[in-house]
Structure formats: C-alpha cells, structure tokens
Design a protein around this ligand. Sequence first.
Ligand code: MD3
Ligand code: FE
Length: 216
Amino acid sequence: MTSWDLFGDHDPGQRTRLGPQAWVLRGFALPWIDELLPALNRIEAAAPFRHMRTPGGFMMSAALSSCGPLGWTSDRRGYRYSPIDPESGLVWPAMPASFLRLALEAAAAAGFEDFIPDACLINRYLPGARMSLHQDKNERDFHAPIVSVSLGMSATFLFGGHARSDKAARVPLHHGDIAVWGGVDRLRYHGVLPLGETPHPRLGRRRINLTFRKAG
Ligand code: MD3
Ligand code: FE
C-alpha cells in the first residue's frame, strides 16, 4: 500500500508528496476553473490542438497546443521550443493572466518561489490517449520547476525514477489537481496511462493538462 492509498486521492486541500521535491496539490485549481475554461477556449480557437509526431515517426495520441512566449513544436529537424506556431505562422496566444497567477501560486505552495514560466504546453487526451514514459529534458533550465494542472476526466499518472526501467508508481490525477516537481525530482521519468471512458460533468470526454515551464 502506498501513501496515496492511505490518504486518499480526492480530498481538495490535500498535499501528496511524491518525492523530495515533487507534490500533488489536490484540488488546488478548483477555485480558478471559471477563469481557466474560457481562457482555454480562446487559446484553442487561436492555436487548435494538433497531433505531433515523435522523432521516431509515431503519431502521439495526446494532441497539443501551447500559449505564452514559447510553444512546443516538432518538425523534420526534431522537437524544439519555438516562439512561432508553425500551423498559423503567428506567435502563440498570450499566456492568460489567470494561468500565470495560478502557476505561480502553485509553485510557491510547493516551495518553489520566483517561478517565471515562459511556456504553457496544453495536452488534450480523448478516451484511449496516453503518454508513454519520458523525461522532460528539452528545457534550458532544470532548476526551475514544472507545474501541471489537470482538468476534466481523471487519469492515472505514472511517476517513475531516474532510469526508464525504474518501477513507476501510479498516481490518480483528478479535475483541479496540480502537480509540481523540480530540483532532484525534475528529471524523473513519467507518463499517463490510456484515458478511460467516463465523461467529466463539465469538460465531457476529454482531459486537459496544462504544463507550465521555464523553457528558454
Ligand atoms: C514529472 N504531461 O506534457 S505532467 C508532458 O498529464 C507531460 O499531460 C503529462 O508529461 C500530462 O510532458 C504529465 C504531470 C507530472 C507530475 C509530476 C511529475 C509530471 C512529473 C513528477 C516528476 C516528473
Ligand atoms: Fe512530461
């Protein structure tokens, strides 16, 4: 039995420690939802979700958009952060003030002061979509934390170690939960199991994950 089994995973206000510098803040985003959702719709209209191809040529099942000074793109030159959305030829939509304030408050609540994200990647999972185990190592600054906001359908997050073969813990993430990780936990392998079918009352059959990063 693991600590999140013992303490439950659905109590807003609960903090679950996943590692020395990795936290899940249960329900932290719930008071912000009415501000986040309209802002999310505006971003989606300006920079529609698209499926990226991995360097190995596979299509990713989670679709991606971005907002803020830098967004995530992939092309024949590989993966990279770019100030321009290649689909529109324009800069990415601005990071909404509510997104930025929430990310800063969550980072501070997990012990990371002075977080200044310059990228917000937005993953959209439909039933069956998943993300295989990986490290986030394309950011220039590994000292800064990453803040991840889960919205919509619940998912099972895989929290691994520093080697791909390390056994990964399974952590449920629900609507409004925020994960923050940095420092010694920044380069841990992680992923998301295939999304289920149970629709969310507010967002329907999708899960949205916002990840705030200092990329540049
Ligand atoms: C990593 N997104 O976009 S972030 C990604 O839910 C990505 O869409 C996932 O991985 C998603 O690159 C998961 C959640 C997360 C939480 C805690 C972590 C990732 C973590 C702790 C250590 C390392
Ligand atoms: Fe990741």
